[in-house]
Design a protein. Structure first.
Length: 352
């Protein structure tokens, strides 16, 4: 696997902006009757915006596990959180609303940028009234289960076609906070699971110490990559045939070497040339069906980069790469490979 492609998988699967989706109080129990997808997701989105909590969070995928500790403040207006990786090289992620700071303390490196629509726990859900999520069917369970010491209702979001995965959610009974999510394969097998192993909801969290830590930049080499908003058509690209259920969410031109990843060591740091004129740039277009996202990366083809067309998988995250003339296309998402191939095959360069 090429290092650059692995970085894109890591950026999507781990998430630059944390491990919790923006989740509101759902009431004592979600009623099965009359529950629709937008209403359910709105409740989940609102939960963490109005609650503070801390806990340990575990992701299991492809036979590997990673864990993090999270402290989260939410008062309905602002969200502040700190996430510390508990495995591998030390990494800290601070978030204040849409601004994200990623720190590697041992290497004294920091990356600062605005949050993009990449995957949180379990995904950055951006559903609006205009996106009815009609390609998913909601099935609720009549019984509850315990997750991290809390009673939770189980909800299955079942796709109506083969272009997306099913998801099973566990929602805390009183608050509606998302405690666990499983991504399910074609035969109901668990491809990836993300859950709290320990959790305290409603704890008193002061945001000021977190903000002070977040903005303590002394001693760090800081990268502030510039993300330039744009449109596919403005860049000379288009999707010849839309992929069913997916709509464009955003499109940016970003530094090609800037992805959330661990530096190998302090002596071999990240390429932090995000603001350099010499830095490679790439186009990133993000599409969503209201529940999950697909990112399309477009960059110039480089023969010296040993780029090989391939299909990769890491848990529920798949990636498909393809050369198109002088361009190199990478499609990444928590969707079946069929979906990514449709995106790649429909993407075309317009003639000048």
């Amino acid at each position: 696997m090429s290092p650059l492609l692995w970085q894109r998988l890591a950026a999507l699967s781990l998430g630059l902006c944390g491990l919790i989706i923006d989740a509101q109080a759902a009431g004592p129990m979600l009623a099965a009757a009359g529950l629709d997808a937008p209403g359910l997701i709105k409740r989940v989105q609102d939960a963490s915006q109005r609650r503070s909590f801390n806990g340990t969070f575990v992701i299991s995928a492809a036979g590997q596990m990673s864990s993090s500790h999270i402290i989260h403040f939410g008062d309905g207006q602002n969200q502040v959180e700190r996430i510390d990786s508990l495995d591998g090289q030390m990494r800290q992620v601070f978030r204040h609303n849409d601004e994200v700071h990623v720190l590697w303390p041992r290497a004294h490196l920091m990356s600062i940028e605005q949050r993009e629509a990449v995957r949180d726990f379990p995904a950055t859900i951006s559903t609006e009234a205009s996106h009815p999520l009609d390609l998913y069917e909601i099935q609720t369970s009549s019984h509850s289960e315990r997750i991290a010491g809390y009673e939770a209702q189980v909800v299955l979001l079942k796709p109506r076609d083969a272009l997306r995965f099913a998801q099973r959610w566990w929602l805390e009974r009183d608050s509606g906070l998302l405690l666990r999510t499983d991504m399910l394969g074609e035969h109901g097998e668990v491809l990836e699971s993300a859950a709290f192993s320990s959790l305290q909801i409603g704890v008193r969290v002061s945001p000021q110490p977190l903000l002070q830590e977040m903005n303590r930049l002394d001693g760090y080499k800081v990268s502030r990559p510039v993300l330039l908003p744009t449109h596919l058509d403005r860049e000379g690209w288009s999707l010849r045939v839309p992929v069913t259920g997916f709509r464009p969410i955003s499109c940016v031109r970003r530094p090609g070497s800037q992805f959330a990843r661990e530096p190998a060591s302090a002596s071999a740091p990240l390429n932090l040339a995000g603001n350099s004129a010499e830095a490679d740039t790439m186009l990133q277009a993000i599409y969503s069906d209201g529940l999950t996202h697909v990112s399309i990366f477009i960059e110039p083809y480089r023969a010296d980069a040993s780029q090989t067309e391939t299909q990769l998988v890491m848990g529920a995250t798949h990636a498909v790469t393809r050369r198109q003339g002088d361009w190199w296309i990478t499609a990444v998402g928590d969707v079946p490979p069929l979906t990514l191939r449709q995106f790649v095959q429909a993407l075309e360069r317009r003639k000048p």
